[in-house]
Design a protein around this ligand. Structure first.
Ligand SMILES: [Zn+2]
Length: 230
């Protein structure tokens, strides 16, 4: 139990105060990193991905730290009629199985859609859920499904600029979009976004990412040449 701590949260919808478990940072030790910044962890007991979404036990409104506390009267009304009204008390604040964690993500995604949360926030939810399917569940079909939803939201975020309010640079966002396209075998789009990284006006500031994008660009070009000549 020592790796967990309890975080107090006040539900922005029903004002109920509840607590939810998180993993202490000193216990979070990734074993490896993928090109889309996905980390693999030793065990479910120290995997922070499982505790990313907080669910209000009283009303079912589920959030991440990235959710804004701003609501329109329409979004509050929609949360009440589409989530709260159908909710039966359930506590997600304890140690989670993978199945429970995935349910928490689905509640977070549903809450975000109903609230009309920013695209960058929705993308973060879809991407992390895809990572759970990749690293814990080893379910490629579900992984690809949520990677596709993530890349669509990241592209909306790029066009609206809502990523600027979060901890995300434009180069990192473009790189990530390119990487997700390549994971989805969408090579034309992957090349397009990696090129945007390579030619970006701020490329001197994030040399490592630009280098990675260049490597990936060459890899994809080489692979597609092989395919056309064979
Ligand atoms: Zn609530």
């Amino acid at each position: 139990m020592e790796q967990y701590y309890s975080r107090d949260i006040s539900c922005e919808n029903c004002k109920h105060a509840y607590s939810t478990l998180k993993i202490k940072s000193r216990y979070i030790r990734p074993l490896s990193h993928d090109t889309d910044f996905c980390s693999t962890y030793q065990s479910e007991e120290t995997n922070p991905l499982l505790y990313y979404v907080s669910v209000c036990p009283q009303c079912g409104y589920a959030v991440t730290d990235e959710f804004s506390d701003k609501f329109t009267s329409e979004s509050l009304q929609a949360i009440r009629t589409k989530i709260q009204k159908h909710w039966q008390y359930k506590d997600y604040g304890q140690i989670r199985s993978v199945k429970t964690a995935i349910n928490a993500y689905k509640l977070g995604i549903y809450s975000g859609i109903i609230k009309k949360e920013a695209a960058i926030v929705m993308a973060g939810l879809y991407l992390r859920l895809a990572w759970i399917y990749r690293t814990v569940e080893k379910n490629t079909t579900q992984e690809q499904r949520f990677l596709q939803l993530a890349v669509e939201q990241f592209e909306i975020s790029y066009s609206t600029g809502d990523f600027e309010e979060k901890d995300m640079s434009e180069i990192k966002l473009l790189y990530l979009i390119g990487d997700l396209h390549s994971r989805l075998d969408q090579e034309r789009q992957a090349i397009q976004f990696f090129q945007m990284v390579i030619q970006h006006k701020a490329k001197e500031k994030e040399k490592r990412l630009v280098e990675k994008a260049r490597d990936r660009w060459y890899e994809i070009r080489a692979a597609s040449k092989l395919q056309t000549t064979s």
